[in-house]
Unconditional design. Structure first.
Length: 236
């Protein structure tokens, strides 16, 4: 029995060795690995305006009702500005009890309800008049303005193309400097694609206490979309 098992083991080892001998060996090639960076500058053509309304009453239901009324007034202002519903998104609804501290004791003051929304504006010239109208209508807080691009994907592709050109330029220079010729790219990795920090502004406004003071469109300035890749080329 032992002789039979030994024979089977030897047979399996022989088959395994033959199989490995028949496997194609991975060719070792001379190669160079470089990184490429591409940046595209463009003027923003879109902004997201974040606002909120707040109401405080003795009872939660009353505070919620008043906050809803103010929220609807804000929606009416947005609609009158010609902004479609698809560019308006409710972002938060919160309710919090309010207290005062008197003589070391906590005294209940009522309930505070806040509703927030984000408005996407595709015409930056609308920002200032829209903020003015919202403040006049009773918006409690302008939380911020963030600018960006309607066709961000297109700008990212341009940045990736510039990164690819940069990587090839570097590889060609290094190969030529070291007396070699550049072959084909055989491995490409995208490291990142990011937008430069957007113009962001927080403006706390109590509806009747302050007038709107938004940045005019030209103050958004140029913004960058940046891409980085890593490429491996064969060397000839």
């Amino acid at each position: 029995m032992k002789q039979i098992l030994l024979a089977l083991v030897l047979a399996l080892l022989t088959v395994s060795a033959c199989a490995h001998e028949n496997e194609p060996r991975m060719a070792t090639i001379d190669s160079i690995n470089v990184s490429g960076i591409g940046e595209i500058e463009a003027e923003p053509d879109q902004a997201v305006l974040s606002v909120s309304v707040t109401a405080q009453k003795a009872l939660l239901a009353a505070a919620k009702s008043e906050a809803d009324e103010r929220y609807q007034s804000v929606l009416n202002v947005i609609k009158n500005a010609g902004i479609a519903d698809k560019y308006v998104k409710g972002t938060q609804l919160s309710a919090q009890p309010q207290y005062d501290y008197r003589d070391g004791k906590r005294v209940y003051r009522g309930e505070r309800v806040s509703r927030s929304l984000a408005i996407t504006v595709n015409d930056l010239e609308q920002i200032s008049p829209l903020i003015q109208a919202l403040v006049e209508q009773g918006v409690s807080t302008i939380d911020g303005v963030q600018s960006g691009f309607q066709d961000r994907a297109g700008l990212e592709q341009q940045a990736l193309g510039a990164a690819a050109d940069d990587a090839k330029r570097k590889a060609e220079f290094l190969a030529q400097r070291l007396g070699r010729s550049l072959g084909q790219a055989f491995l490409i990795n995208e490291a990142s694609a990011a937008q430069s920090p957007v113009y962001h502004r927080e403006v706390a406004m109590k509806s009747s206490a302050m007038a709107a003071d938004a940045a005019p469109p030209e103050m958004f300035g140029l913004q960058k979309v940046r891409a980085q890749i890593s490429v491996s080329f064969s060397l000839l």
